[in-house]
Design a protein around this ligand. Structure first.
Ligand SMILES: *Cc1c(COP(=O)(O)O)cnc(C)c1O
Length: 237
């Protein structure tokens, strides 16, 4: 087994264990492999190992990887059937068209202006609906990504007025200076409020390499795991 396959399967058994401990069904948890800073070839290797959900946090890198993988798919490498791309990074409104074109889900919608931009670039009404999550800032630093917890509901209500976006739930990153369990409990509270606006907004995107077990205990449905699976990220230069 390759190192990558071994790490993937080790993490998947830890996910299964954490789910069992929490009395949850692991089938209700989507493990997204965060491939940022790694070459596009890693996405191909992961796909061959059965991974169908990958995450990127920079628009340019997302766009470049998709373009590269599409080009070599048309030559000898097989197409990456069923692969879903999750955009998890801070998004600039002027890059909304690229993000929309290249992502299947955007976890990091944190302001009305960004939601509006993602909607505006949708083009004709028959285009696919884009899955979006409200990113909630779990720190007390307003400079970090995410909307303040007490503004999340208003942003969610606004997203529900935009027909080309489908509100799926919430996303959060645990702060470094707080136990992840208490931060994720806060996120869960916000998720409940948003689900009361739309019963289908059930996703809770939470949990990274260092805290995915706590996230599973707190009800996360989507984990964003990078380095534990991919190995250390190459120097971003
Ligand atoms: C990089 C990143 C992750 C994955 O981080 P690891 O600690 O490598 O698992 C998850 N979420 C976001 C928003 C990220 O930028």
């Amino acid at each position: 087994m390759s190192d990558l396959a071994a790490r993937l399967s080790a993490i998947d058994s830890q996910i299964a264990d954490a789910a069992r401990t929490a009395g949850r069904d692991a089938a209700d948890i989507t493990r997204i492999v965060v491939t940022k800073f790694h070459p596009a070839s890693l996405v191909r290797e992961l796909h061959a190992l059965g991974v169908r959900d990958v995450g990127e946090n920079r628009q340019q890198e997302l766009e470049a990887k998709r373009a590269e993988l599409e080009t070599d798919s048309s030559q000898d490498a097989p197409a990456l059937d069923g692969l879903r791309w999750h955009f998890i990074g801070q998004a600039q409104t002027n890059k909304a068209a690229s993000i929309r074109r290249n992502a299947d889900a955007v976890h990091s919608v944190d302001r009305i202006k960004l939601a509006d931009s993602l909607h505006r670039v949708a083009g004709d009404a028959q285009q696919d609906v884009l899955d979006v999550l409200v990113q909630v800032n779990l720190t007390d630093d307003p400079g970090r990504g995410g909307v303040a917890p007490d503004e999340a509901q208003r942003l969610a209500e606004h997203i529900l007025t935009l027909p080309s976006l489908r509100l799926r739930g919430v996303m959060g990153v645990a702060p470094l200076d707080e136990a992840p369990a208490s931060a994720f409990a806060r996120l869960h509270g916000v998720a409940d409020g948003i689900r009361s606006l739309d019963a289908s907004a059930t996703w809770i995107s939470a949990g990274m390499t260092g805290d995915f077990a706590e996230a599973i205990a707190a009800g996360a449905t989507h984990l964003r795991i990078g380095s534990a699976i991919t190995g250390p990220r190459p120097d971003r230069g």
